[in-house]
Structure formats: C-alpha cells, structure tokens
Design a protein around this ligand. Structure first.
Ligand SMILES: *Cc1c(COP(=O)(O)O)cnc(C)c1O
Length: 416
C-alpha cells in the first residue's frame, strides 16, 4: 500500500562509495568493519547491509543479537565459497560464508542459540555471557573452538569491557576444550575526536599492557578491533596497526558515521590544520540519507491569525502557509517550531507555530508557486539549498548520530 508521503531516501551508491573510500584510507594498515547498529543509524539495515557487502565489506557490526539475525537474513550465507571472504568463518557452525557479523553490545539471556544458529560473533566481557554461550554451544553440540568471540577491554571509558586487571578469569574460560575461539580483542576509543591524541595514547597504552597479559596467559587473538570514524579519519589506523603488529595481530577499525557520509567534528585547531585524511574525506564522503515529505495543502491567512497549538505564532501580515506531512512522531523535534526551516521549491521555508505529532506548518509567503504535492526536504538538498544532519543537531543541542536514529520507524526507507 502506498504510504503517507513522509519518507527517507537512501543513496546506496553513495554508501558503497563511502565504504570503498574508508577501506582505501585504512589500507594497508587495517581492515574495516561497517557499523550498522540501530537500523544502520536509521538508514535501514535491510538496505545498507547488502550494499556494504556489495562494496566488499567482510565485517558488519550490529548492536544486538536480534540486529545480527536481521543482518544475516539480508546477507545470507553464499552457497559457494566466496573468495572475498575469509574461509575461517567456515569453522562456524552452519558454515556461514557470508560476512562476519560482530554483535558489539553482547549477548543477553536466552540469545546464545540464535548466535550459534546464525553464525554471529559476540563481543564478550562478562562471565555470565560465556555461561549463556557455553550452554547454547553444548546444547547445539558444536565442536570445541568453533565459536569465535571478541573480548572487549575497558581501557578507560567505563562503559563495557573487562578491566585490564580482570581478564584472567575470562581468559581461563576460553581454553582449547571450550566451545570458544578468541578471535579478537576489542576496545573503544572514547575521545578520538579530541585531536591532540592524548586520551587515545593513554587508552592504547592500557591496551598494549593488556595484550601483554593475554600473551603471558598463552592466548592469541587474530584481530585487534579498535577505533571509530574519528580514529580512522584522523589517521589513528597506522598507530593501531603498529600496536597490532607488535603483538602479531591484524588491526580492524569500525567506522559508523563516516560510512553514512558525515565527517565528525574535531577540535577547531585540528580542523583548521585540515590534515590530509580529513581533507580527502570531506571531498570524498557523500551523505547517504535524505528525508522528505510533501505539501498537503496551502492556505492564505490574514494578519492576526494564529498558527498551531497555543498560538505560539501570530501572523503579522497576510501570509501563505503550507501544511507538511511530518511531525514529531516522525522525528522532527517539537522544539524546532518557530526556529528552523525546511526546503520547498529550493528555498528555506520557516517552520511556524508548534510542530504537531504528525504535521507541521511552513511559511511559503516568499516562495512563489508552492502547491499541494510539492516535495519538502527536511534533511538533504533541494536546488542550491541543503539542510544537513549537523544543522538539525545544532538546532536541537545534540549530535548527528541522534538526529539519524530518531527518525521514526514509521518513516519509510527507500533505496534510490
Ligand atoms: C557506534 C560505534 C562505533 C562507530 O562510531 P562512529 O563514531 O559512528 O564512527 C564504533 N565502535 C563502537 C563500539 C560503537 O559503539
């Protein structure tokens, strides 16, 4: 059934190009894992996961087991071995030869069975997560060493991960007789956009120390899994790769935002110096998402007319107003009423009055010819004008990540 006209367009070619650019930027130092959590930052996992795989992604990162199952469903195992993929995934139960799917938020009670059935790769750091997985592995009768896991180390963010001094009891569970294979060591750089690199250096020093402990315990992991878009674009992949190489490991970076075409903001001084990677990224990365709606109806009002709930806008002269099929239930923040513009006929049309749940009103007095059915751009380009996710973020005191992920589930995502 055709939907109400409030939709998101996903430029899959831009996504594929962005992935290839990031891959080239990481090479030859590091592998690139495509972050697709939270429905691919609101861009649609079902559209984006196959697109990045077409562009050559061998690793996908999702938050949860349920997102991992959804990713596996849209990127199924290939019938024939695909030479692009590491054959080690063959050791997975089920022989998945599709992309590796890393579940970065870990496994929850009762989810172990799905991890095994769909050949997902869980991040682990708590003994109870290993209990869950071990019980599921025994129930499924999978061979010893056939369930890859990535051990997360908390190198300073105090969010998830085992502390460097507490890895021993976790490692003791990953023995040759266990179902597990320690495939990766992971950590998250929490200030990679602070370009002096001081926090990064401290975190990497803690990681280095932890890798020594892991070696001392006689364990080995193939991948060192570190770093987001900011780390990749600011050139940290070389440092991370050097650390990996010192421990006989391979480096992997995990960009999210950059994949969707946005360059994260760094310190002003760093941006002013515009290091080579950043300049190239600004040139190459293209926004993937545009958010659009339509004019439902146009009306003329006289001076003194009030607009919207509580009459927070009063017309000071006769005006032409257009009703648009988008509201806060779609993710257009209510506080933007009277303080932001959308695009109509290539021009900025101010939001007047409060944004309602399902509708908003724009002032088109100065824009000739606006009529019902006209396309309205909420986020994206129209003519010479453009509204970016940073514009939405700045106007609502947040970051582009939240702007993307708050676009409502009911807003249809279309691949274009
Ligand atoms: C979301 C996330 C990323 C990607 O971060 P971006 O800043 O969007 O590149 C990488 N690693 C982890 C663990 C994450 O949660």
């Amino acid at each position: 059934m055709p939907t109400r006209p409030c939709w998101v367009e996903i430029k899959t070619q831009a996504l594929e190009d962005n992935f290839r650019f990031l891959k080239r930027l990481a090479e030859p130092h590091a592998e690139v894992l495509a972050i697709l959590k939270a429905n691919a930052y609101g861009h649609s996992l079902a559209i984006c996961a196959p697109a990045v795989v077409r562009a050559g992604a061998r690793w996908l990162g999702v938050n949860s087991v349920e997102e991992g199952v959804a990713a596996r469903t849209v990127c199924p195992a290939s019938a024939e071995p695909d030479p692009r993929f590491d054959l080690h995934v063959d050791s997975h139960v089920g022989g998945h030869l599709g992309p590796n799917i890393l579940v970065i938020g870990g496994v929850f009670a009762g989810q172990g069975e799905e991890v095994i059935r769909h050949g997902l790769t869980p991040v682990i750091w708590e003994p109870w997560q290993l209990d869950e997985l071990e019980a599921a592995a025994r129930a499924a009768g999978i061979p010893a060493g056939s369930l890859p896991v990535h051990l997360e180390i908390d190198t300073g963010m105090s969010r998830q991960g085992a502390s460097p001094t507490e890895v021993a009891p976790i490692l003791a569970r990953i023995t040759p007789g266990s179902p597990f294979r320690l495939e990766g060591i992971m950590t998250h750089l929490f200030a990679a956009d602070e370009a002096d690199g001081r926090v990064n250096a401290e975190q990497l020093a803690r990681l280095d120390e932890t890798l020594n402990r892991i070696e001392f315990a006689g364990q080995f992991a193939e991948w060192l899994n570190v770093g987001n878009s900011a780390a990749l674009l600011s050139g940290e992949s070389r440092t991370i790769a050097e650390l990996a190489a010192r421990h006989g490991m391979k480096a992997m970076l995990r960009p999210g935002l950059a994949l969707y075409g946005l360059v994260p903001r760094f310190d002003p001084d760093f941006e002013a110096a515009e290091p080579a990677g950043l300049a190239a990224a600004r040139e190459a990365l293209k926004p993937v998402l545009e958010w659009k709606s339509q004019v439902v109806s146009v009306r003329c009002v006289e001076a003194g007319a009030v607009v919207g709930y509580n009459g927070t806008f009063v017309a000071t002269e006769s005006m032409r107003l257009a009703l648009v099929a988008v509201g806060y239930a779609d993710g257009l923040v209510r506080a933007l009423g009277n303080s932001f513009s959308l695009l109509a006929r290539g021009a900025r049309a101010p939001l007047v009055g409060r944004v309602s749940m399902d509708q908003a009103v724009i002032d088109v007095t100065e824009i000739a010819g606006v009529e019902a059915g006209d396309e309205v751009v909420i986020l994206g380009a129209q003519g010479e004008e453009r509204i970016t996710a940073f514009d939405h973020a700045d106007a609502t005191d947040t970051i582009p990540w939240e702007v993307f992920t708050r676009i409502g589930a009911r807003v249809e995502r279309r691949a274009v």
